[in-house]
Design a protein around this ligand. Structure first.
Ligand code: AMP
Ligand code: GLY
Length: 419
């Protein structure tokens, strides 16, 4: 098969790495890719967000499958354009990707599907939202649209809540509608289902670490590290999430005429009353994908292809025993203002079994330098969480660049749980 992966982050490097192991693969491109994907695929200077350019490339190169990493190409209608051109695409059409693009729409879908979720109200009037927020005091304020990780504020007092409403309303387009939601407490877990529009298979539960600082302190980021499986969601509870969250959501999307083909990511809070959906994403998570694909013990390509063609056979996936841990190395100043251009060294000295997935890296005069906030994810598998962490952190210690920072507590809450 001739496969094109769209995107340039750690998630896309991991997708390329896993697809490259498939005996079915004959040719792999990444657009635009990164220095990590360059060793596995042909990187092509093609904008993932330009549907016409992607279709033209797919046609000329006789691409059999396009795998979309990030959300922006989905919102731009890349899957719609490929569908119209008859090119199979792993990634939903724009109308289905709205479950990520609009939190108010996601809430509508959750309600229609009867999915257990946080109770919420949607507002278009800022004054009304502010009055509601003040009355609530403790409330989560969410901008409806995509806001680069800055669209959610958990307020703990009436003053904070009112300020959060004003702040998110000032975002412009993304803040035109605001979703005000009850504050839930519990462990957060990411569940990713590979879907063919009707049927799904579940990847093991993963846990991301969204705050920049240890102990979940400091500002939100795209994710500072992840591990899988997260012990907080047992296999039986995971299957239950499939039935109570994924299946009804797929049924609603299909009934609306926008079947969901791709990775449906449910961000869950495991409350005392059971799992509640906090958000949907219409794509693989980053850095969850890096650890999930290392944990997956079967060929990913037939799965992605079956989803894209609407021919998925539901079944449990083969996964390795043990645990995979991934630690994100971030650039100086991330997430506020990441510095670029720091020289990276030590990649060749990470131990055997440690996988480096590039994200914000580039080549400059032959040297590898930082070019973005999340520079790379260092991943390792182990028989236990303790072993996987030891291996991953040994790898982390080998890679160096000025300003490098990372969290030392990836997986620590599961360790405390005694797994
Ligand atoms: P979201 O983009 O909706 O997942 O929100 C980003 C982060 O805000 C989540 O990962 C949670 O840590 C937090 N969050 C979102 N919704 C809630 C909620 N209802 N209760 C508590 N925390 C929340
Ligand atoms: N790691 C969270 C996300 O991909 O949205």
């Amino acid at each position: 098969m001739r496969v094109l992966v769209l995107g340039s982050g750690g998630r896309e490097h991991a997708l390329a790495w896993k697809v490259a192991q498939s005996p079915l693969l004959t040719k792999l491109w990444c657009a635009p890719g990164n220095p990590g994907t360059a060793s596995l695929a042909e990187n092509v200077a093609l904008s993932p967000e330009d549907p016409e350019a992607v279709v033209a490339f797919a046609r000329t190169q006789k691409v059999d499958l396009v795998v979309v990493g990030p959300e922006a190409p989905l919102m731009a209608g890349v899957a719609d354009a490929l569908g119209a051109a008859g090119v199979p695409c792993f990634g939903p059409v724009a109308g289905a990707a709205r479950v990520e693009g609009s939190k108010a729409f996601a809430k509508e879908v959750m309600a229609a599907a009867g999915v257990p979720a946080a109770a919420s109200e949607t507002f278009t009037d800022v004054a009304a939202a502010e009055a509601y927020a003040r009355a609530r005091g403790q409330v989560v304020v969410k901008a409806d649209g995509l806001a680069a990780g800055k669209g959610v504020i958990v307020a703990r007092s009436a003053e904070e809540a009112a300020a959060a409403v004003r702040e998110l309303a000032a975002l412009g387009e993304a803040g035109k509608r605001l979703v005000l939601e009850e504050v839930l407490e519990g462990e957060e877990v990411s569940v990713i289902a590979l879907c063919d529009g009707e049927r799904y298979v579940l990847l093991p539960p993963a846990q991301d670490h969204k705050r920049v600082g240890e102990g979940d302190t400091g500002p939100n980021t795209g994710g500072m590290g992840a591990y899988t499986p997260a012990p907080f969601l047992t296999p039986a509870a995971l299957a239950e999430v499939g039935e109570s969250v994924i299946a009804p959501t797929l049924a609603v999307m299909r009934a609306r005429g926008t079947p969901f083909r791709g990775a449906l990511y449910a961000g869950l809070m495991l409350t005392q009353a059971g799992p509640r959906v906090l958000e949907f994403n219409a794509r693989f998570g980053d850095p969850e994908t890096q650890v999930l694909l290392m944990q997956l013990a079967e060929d990913v390509l037939p799965l992605l292809d079956a989803c894209a063609r609407g021919q998925l056979a539901p079944r449990p996936l083969a996964v390795h025993a043990g645990v995979t841990v991934g630690v994100v190395l971030a650039a100086h100043g991330y997430p506020q203002s990441p510095r670029k251009g720091d020289v990276i060294s030590g990649l060749e000295s990470v131990g055997e079994g440690v996988q480096l997935f590039h994200a914000g890296t580039t080549r400059r005069d032959g040297a590898l330098v930082t070019s973005g906030g999340r520079v790379m994810t260092v991943c390792a598998r182990g028989a236990t969480l303790v072993e996987a962490r030891e291996r991953a952190y040994a790898g982390v210690a080998r890679v160096s660049f000025p300003g490098k920072h990372f969290r030392r507590d990836i997986g620590a809450r599961a360790l405390a749980e005694g797994s």
